[in-house]
Design a protein around this ligand. Sequence first.
Ligand SMILES: Nc1ncnc2c1ncn2[C@@H]1O[C@H](COP(=O)(O)OP(=O)(O)OP(=O)(O)O)[C@@H](O)[C@H]1O
Ligand SMILES: [Mg+2]
Length: 604
Amino acid sequence: MSDFTLAGLSQGSQTSRFRQYRALLSHYLRPQAPRVIWMAVLLLVGIALELANPQIIRYFLDTAQSGGSSKPLLIAGVLFIAFAILQQGLTLGADYLSKAVGWTATNRLRADLALHCLRLDMPFHKSHTPGELIDRIDGDVSQLANFFSQFSIRILGDGLLVLGILALLFAENAWMGLGMLLYTAVTLLVLRYIQDLAVPRWAAERQAGALLYGYIEERISGAEEIRAAGAEAHAMRRLYEFSRLFTTRTRTAAVVAGLAYNLTNLVYVLGYAAGLAVAVYLYSRGQASLGAAYLITYYIGMLSTPLQSIRAQVEDLQQALANIQRIQELFALQPQVTAPGPGVRALPPEALSVEFERVSFKYADGAGEDDESSRANVLNDISFSLQPGRVLGILGRTGSGKSTLTRLLFHLYDPSQGTIRLGGADLREVSLADLRRRVGMVTQDVQLFQASLRENLAFFDASIPDTLLEQALQSLRLREWVQALPKGLDTPLAGGQSLSAGEAQLLAFARVLLKDPSLVILDEASSRLDPSTEALMERAIDRLFSGRTGVVIAHRLKTIQRADDLLILEEGRIIEYGPRLALAADPSSRFCHLLQTGLEEALA
Ligand SMILES: Nc1ncnc2c1ncn2[C@@H]1O[C@H](COP(=O)(O)OP(=O)(O)OP(=O)(O)O)[C@@H](O)[C@H]1O
Ligand SMILES: [Mg+2]
């Protein structure tokens, strides 16, 4: 992608950081160069008009006072109005363009960030709540709109406006010019000081906001469990705590910012009063005409606008820099699973063999590594090998590490130790794209989207024709089931609520079939199925595994009977492994024992 994402990010020196900001700006602004140029032209012409307008009034006043003919007065009046209207028009145009530039740039940045996050792996997504990600992708970026669209031009324009005003004041009276120069310098310094009061408080406020929204998001998505566990009071209590933090921080920031605003106004009022006094003084001593006196007060009054705007822009810059840094930190995150280097290996085209060699694994615990870094491995010294086309059934109590094993096989995580091979190739040397294309995985909780059944099946790939979808459904014997739905393929699915766990898995089977992988990993839904769904499931699994290598975490006897090999896990270790028939025939085997005592009960 772009150069700024790859540069050394957090530890860069000041200058290299500014180079990165420039790179970021130019990356997102270059594509809209014409718009940016137009916007600059409009803004600058607007400033010129702003400076010129008081000169007309001055001319008007002086002409009126000297009692000449009324025609020049009329012309001056019309000119004044025309300039004012033109200036409004220019401002409108510049605003429109700057919004367009800002939105276009930030939307591209949002899209890049979203894509980047999608490419990051499970450890990342496990350690960042969706709410936090929304805040980082949308919140941080939104605040950059002004930085993208206006910052440089505004600072330039405001600077020019201040210089112009000072130059014109100098032209009126050198002492006056000097005094106002001093005033401007002092004001900018004071504003800078005042502004430093508010910025860190706003940062603290934003942080509290991110916490609150992250918390709300997580609780809402877990609402069902919270209700089931009767944990509403606890959830609400935490909500109050987060809200309180957010409220107090917002209040502090707002109070300080309000104070800063009033202080700022005080500075302007003082400046204006001083200017007024000087103008009156000069006028009363006959050193300035009425028009000149008006001009002086007008310009001094006008000075506050660009000074205020410079202040706001600098404040915005600080905010933007903080946001850019957070954005760059996010961009700098790389997937933790090993990506193949130059020695990338292609998977063999046929059904894939699977081999685990002394694999051990434990989950890194995201942020808080300190307290439980000594936590036990979830998988210990796992070794097995599965021939192409065979099906491995995995049994084990809940929490024994079955799902974890499949996650390693799908390369969602790297093993802590040992090697996993797929079709003879070390997973670390296989490109993720290749792996994901060739391996189909159905997890315990299938993710359904709020969309039609068709879109859910095809993963929103509109290029997949209905015939293909129906073929997949047909081969899973699901066509009748779909036809029985009120609107067939167009039936809307409402975010996971509308299908039973078994039906959702059936749908996931169809997704996998459409992909036509060489290895299928199936983490069977542990919920009990009604007999008709169960029958469907049986045929579907038959179809799913035919001609493919399979790894299935089985909860039902029927599924296990389909396995060629069996592996029993206990607390992350293999306690039994071998061909199913051999194990079933061996009365001393754990499997044989399980069969006698009632397997489904033992595994539930
Ligand atoms: N993302 C994770 N981060 C940290 N620990 C995890 C994570 N996922 C699972 N674990 C832990 O790893 C262990 C094995 O979990 P796993 O999901 O592999 O069990 P399982 O055998 O699939 O159980 P079940 O039959 O209930 O699905 C559990 O102790 C669990 O708490
Ligand atoms: Mg599991």
